[in-house]
Design a protein around this ligand. Sequence first.
Ligand code: 4AD
Ligand code: MG
Length: 428
Amino acid sequence: MAPITKISQILDGKCTDQKIAVRGWVYRKRESKELIFLLIRDSTGVIQCTVKKTSPAWNEAQKLTIESSLSLEGTVKEDKRAPGGYEINSELVNIIGLAETFPIAKDKSEEFIRDMRHLWLRSRKMNLVMKVRAEVLEATRKYFKQQNYTEVSPPMFISAAVEGGSTLFGLKYFDQDLYLTQSSQLYLEILIYSLENVYCIAPSFRAEKSRTIRHLTEYWHIEGEWPFADMDDLMKFEEGLMTHVCQTIANTCQKEFKELGADIEKLKAVQTPFPRITYQEAIEQLKPANPALTWGSDLGYEDEKVLADKFGKPFFVYDYPTAIKAFYCKTYREHPEIAMSVDMMVPRIGEISTGGAREENKDILIQRMREQGLKPEDYEWYLDLRRYGTVPHVGFGMGLERLLVWMLDLDNIIDAIPFPRTTRRFYP
Ligand code: 4AD
Ligand code: MG
């Protein structure tokens, strides 16, 4: 058999008039009396293959069903009519695994396709989304590394809540009650005392009943934390990261965006600095659309969308009311009612990251815990960080899937992750 070639190489015009072999799966099949058209897919693309009745491949090609695996040998020809502009004139078909009738077909409902996730991941859409996801992860790691951050690995089993009890998943850990982590922030805070600038990319879990296009119960969280820094440093880092990732993807994922029909121009347009408005200004801008909003109200998904659509690009909202923020948020000494907390927002999704300065004063921190009904005894190790060499520090967490929903213009967050977990979905 001729050497195995990746389909993308053929589509890039590198094999024209050569005898090659491809290995993959049958994506589509159309048959007439004299000619069989096959679309074969591998991890890199889809190629049209023709089998003439006179070809020695005819008999095997006739047996092929959708999603059968095979190797196929033939000669590459340029052909404007073929999708992708090239086709293979097949001379040999070798069936590797003959597929039973494939359950996913054009007439199936979205619900059905979601139940067939393990098979739907072979679709072009999911193949492309997963590739972009991998590129986003790589670009993210590259930026952190360039900025001298060390990647660390925090635990997923934890003993005390980070983001409040209402979205906490509990579990039995032998005889003990533990939780699944909602954020690795508190563990990153431990590690800055050793490594200074740290980050992690890890799952976070939320017992989140909301069924929106932006909520999963298990999502991947990009989190950074570092000492000797303030809110301005934080926003500069976040906009730098976002710009680096958008520019990298605009460069490396052009094919994927084109095939997915996603708008790549919005990524190219991302430049520092990002607009910054205070929470107070956000409330004023939103009042006309939602007169019920007053200083102190939490911004809902609808409010954030209205605001974000006005900006039409990523921006920051900062200085939120302390009362709607977590216990660890640092507050202004002259204005304890305002917390140094900042959200990055994007059109259509609203919030994609939350970060801020952390309270470094032990006594204020204990007071904040009590105000929120938390027991300081449960956070002894966290308080130790303030006892031994406390330091001003900042950090943030960005939801990888929310970032992808925005980048790729996805209708729903479940398509940004291969195995989505929601209230109703956890199979396979
Ligand atoms: O705003 P959150 O709850 O902030 C934290 O967890 C901080 N401790 C992070 C930190 O400072 N290190 O979550 C951060 C981000 C959100 O902005 C959102 O992008 C994402 O995590 N997120 C979710 N993504 C998908 N599904 C959910 N249920 C999510 N909940 C939060
Ligand atoms: Mg948040």
